[in-house]
Design a protein around this ligand. Structure first.
Ligand code: SF4
Ligand code: SF4
Length: 358
């Protein structure tokens, strides 16, 4: 094939973001002087050049249907300046360089049923993981938990009443995304997988499944004359890692799949190492469609944090200051022997931060 006929390579990854940015942001890129927070849901950035840009933030339901997306874009064209972006937590942000457009834009969003907020010391939208839509591991419906909880926490999205920002996350499996929130609501499997032996030989690559288990609890086995697998239930930690490469190792069901609440996760930044979440409530009923038990626990923790933390303390800072015994006292959550973290392997084996160590 002549070189001229060869197709160009297909580029993958993120496209260049500058082409989608508001012209004022492109002009003043990396040259901002300060920013202010005029009201919940609105940020003002002022550049050294004197240019100003306002950002209006509204919550969305994350998995957007086409009609909602078009409605949001129409609002941006009509009341904004045609530039939007989505945040990691599924909020949409509109950028405008004219202050007179801010209030009409907020009104248009609220009239269309969207909620403006999620900035500064508010509870921003719960982040949730891909779930049923894109992933093969879910043991529960994370987006349903998000919807039910945000309905209850919406006033704290709209207002800035918390001591500092609160990030809440959900996770529909025990092993991957959904961690590192101030509060995390994660699925919790409580029994070893139940193997449907008839299906294993047709569906699963047995060596991959055996290799997947973190505690080497899975062995190849012959069952009813067919190649299958067996699980050493004494070793199994019910993590659910074997379920994605081998769906016949069914681990989730209505009775044994529970929720657990963890608190105090925070990413590292220029000044500090990351903090890891700690378990504070387990075995919570996985109770759709409103998950009242899990929501009540999250609200209990938020109430105690709001009443007891000093200004600008994140949840992990607050707990560190008052101590875990006091945390359980003020939240009213029961402390059991299962809360004692007696595993010390992480100190040697987990690479916990990007800080340089020698
Ligand atoms: S939390 Fe687990 S199941 Fe849910 S999207 Fe992430 S990897 Fe998939
Ligand atoms: S649930 Fe986790 S620990 Fe148990 S057998 Fe599967 S991979 Fe191993």
């Amino acid at each position: 094939m002549a070189m001229a006929d060869m197709r160009p390579p297909i580029e993958s990854g993120c496209p260049d973001g500058f082409q989608y940015m508001h012209p004022v942001m492109v002009k003043n890129y990396s040259n901002w002087k300060y920013h202010e927070h005029p009201r919940p849901g609105v940020l003002l950035h002022v550049a050294h050049s004197g240019d100003k840009i306002w950002t209006v933030k509204a919550g969305t339901q994350r998995i957007l249907d086409l009609f909602t997306l078009r409605k949001l874009c129409d609002i941006g064209d009509k009341f904004g300046e045609g530039y939007v972006r989505f945040t990691l937590r599924s909020n949409i942000e509109y950028m405008v360089a004219d202050e007179a457009k801010v209030e009409p834009l907020i009104k248009a969003l609220e009239d269309a049923g969207f909620v403006v907020g999620g900035t500064a010391n508010s509870i921003t939208t719960l982040s949730h993981t891909q779930g049923w839509l894109h992933c093969d591991i879910p043991g529960t419906d994370a987006s349903g938990v998000v919807k039910a909880m945000m309905d209850e926490l919406i006033d704290d999205f709209r207002n800035c009443r918390m001591p500092n920002r609160v990030h809440i996350t959900t996770s529909c499996c025990q092993i991957n995304c959904g961690g590192q929130g101030d509060i995390a609501i994660n699925v919790q499997h409580t029994k070893p997988p139940k193997i449907k032996h008839d299906l294993v030989s047709n569906v699963c690559e047995r060596p991959s499944v055996v290799a997947r288990c973190p505690v080497a609890a899975i062995r190849p086995a012959m069952v009813n004359g067919k190649p299958s697998l067996e699980v050493d239930e004494k070793k199994c930690i019910c993590c659910g890692a074997c379920y994605p490469p081998c769906p016949p190792m069914q681990i989730n069901d209505t009775e044994h799949t529970k929720l657990a609440v963890w608190v105090g996760g925070n990413h590292s930044n220029a000044r500090g190492k990351p903090t890891f979440q700690k378990l504070v409530a387990a075995g919570i009923p996985n109770n759709p469609p409103r998950w009242p038990e899990a929501t009540a626990i999250v609200k209990q923790i938020l109430k105690a944090y709001r009443e007891g933390a000093r200004d600008w303390e994140r949840i992990n800072d607050w707990i560190e200051r008052i101590g875990w015994p006091r945390f359980f006292e003020v939240t009213g959550l029961p402390f059991t022997k299962y809360h004692v973290d007696n595993w010390r392997g992480a100190r040697n084996s987990l690479n916990a931060s990007t800080h340089i160590r020698f």
